[in-house]
Design a protein around this ligand. Structure first.
Ligand code: 5GP
Ligand code: MG
Length: 178
């Protein structure tokens, strides 16, 4: 049983590399079918999605464009809590088919902020692909069109996902050990 420690926490393997790749094969098969003729633009949400984005997009066999954005969170002045601002979208996405590439969708707050901002830029369509999806935690209504792997509410690291900045380089996904 493979284990890693990151800072003060121990993790054990949860999803093997081969399983991750199989799951990406399945979603990329669907995306290839759905976007064969529409020259989509993949918008990858940094930092966590970089590994998934690479593996997903290299399996896409038609014309496409790729860009990246970052979501900066800061506390708002009102009681609504954290406000999220997008950094780095320079491409025009007006009238384009957009595929958002996320590492993980948990409550959906980040995703909702991203979709709301992108919608202001007038895309033809927006769909969502994510490596990991936590349906039990999801509290929004935006459809999760291409979820590679559904998981429970546990905290995971590896394959792009971090614990305090560490673990993004791991090829497998690990779960925290209590
Ligand atoms: P949401 O806005 O959907 O609640 O949360 C999305 C963000 O929370 C992700 O982009 C990620 O940064 C973080 N997150 C949620 N669940 C996990 C997890 O299991 N592991 C790690 N490393 N980050 C997570
Ligand atoms: Mg993320």
């Amino acid at each position: 049983m493979k284990k890693v420690s990151l800072e003060d926490k121990n993790f054990r393997i949860f999803i093997e590399s081969a399983k991750i790749q199989e799951a990406i094969d399945a979603v990329s098969f669907k995306i290839n079918n759905d976007y064969a003729k529409s020259n989509p633009i993949f918008i990858c949400v940094l930092n966590g999605s970089f590994m998934f984005a690479s593996d997903l997009i290299k399996r896409f066999n038609h014309d496409c464009e790729v860009t990246f954005l970052k979501v900066a969170s800061y506390e708002g002045t009102q009681s609504t809590g954290s406000i999220k601002e997008l950094i780095g979208i320079n491409e025009s996405i007006s009238d384009r088919h957009v595929i958002i590439v996320e590492d993980i969708v948990d409550t959906g707050a980040t995703l909702e902020a991203v979709v709301n901002e992108l919608e202001l830029l007038g895309p033809k369509s927006i769909k969502v692909s994510t490596l990991l999806y936590k349906p039990l935690a999801y509290k929004r209504t935006i459809p999760i069109d291409y979820a590679a792997i559904e998981v429970g509410n546990e905290f995971l690291v590896g394959y792009g996902l971090d614990y305090n900045g560490l673990g993004r380089n791991l090829e497998e996904i690990y779960i925290i050990e209590e």
